[in-house]
Write a protein that binds this ligand. Structure first.
Ligand code: CA
Length: 220
């Protein structure tokens, strides 16, 4: 899952980025309004964390522009303390949730998980697929109750597929959602990671649809 984190306070941005990365997300960042606007308008993100008080262009205007342009990714806005009017304006502008500063990182992580889940119509933080269970809270995967040890890349790949059961996901889509912007995006690497992930899962869990992409299947 790829997130866009928009925060102008460098210390907070670094802390949140590190917490989100530790939770298994790929994180791109922006530190001002115009940069945020451009990234959100041109790249695919599974969710956005958007501070409202930003230099050059405020977060509310950024959000309004995204929604006017039909960008539908879930957005969590960060508002100042006592900023109730900001919260109302944020929700009216198309925010899906808000968090008031200062907040606990755990709460931010829980809200981001819920936003990503809901965007896919999933209600539980525990994703099940046949013998596989993925706990989005602990980033742990088990198969018939036995832990499956995955690398960060493998986990992100499986999490992306498990949020979209039965859907065909193209290699381009995976490349867009699994790597940060500065990463060398070679779609062949996806094939390599799929291969490695397959070897750790029951045979038949990941279908290849030639020319289309991959799909999580129920093992026979
Ligand atoms: Ca700010």
């Amino acid at each position: 899952m790829k997130l866009l984190l928009v925060e102008d306070d460098a210390t907070l941005r670094a802390a949140l980025r590190s917490a989100l990365e530790q939770a298994g997300y790929v994180v791109d960042t922006a530190a001002n309004g115009p940069d945020a606007l451009h990234r959100g308008a041109t790249e695919s993100f599974d969710a956005v964390v958007l501070d409202l008080g930003l230099p050059l262009l405020d977060g509310l205007s950024v959000l309004k522009r995204w929604r006017e342009d039909g960008r539908l990714m879930p957005v969590l806005v960060l508002t100042a303390r006592d900023g109730w009017a900001e919260k109302v304006a944020g929700i009216d502008a198309g925010a899906d949730d808000y968090l008031t500063k200062p907040f606990h990182t755990e709460e931010l992580l829980a809200r981001v998980r819920a936003l990503i889940r809901r965007a896919q119509g999933l209600a539980s933080p525990l994703l099940q697929h046949g013998p596989l269970t993925l706990d989005t809270r602990s980033s742990r995967v088990t198969c018939q109750g036995q832990p499956v040890v995955l690398t960060g890349h493998e986990f992100r790949l499986l999490a992306y597929l498990m949020h979209r059961p039965g859907q065909v996901v193209s290699r381009t889509e995976l490349t867009e959602h699994l790597y940060a912007q500065d990463f060398d995006r070679d779609s062949n690497t996806i094939e390599v990671f799929v291969g490695r992930l397959r070897r750790k899962l029951p045979p038949g869990t990941i279908d290849t649809l030639r020319g289309l992409g991959y799909r999580l299947a129920l093992p026979p």
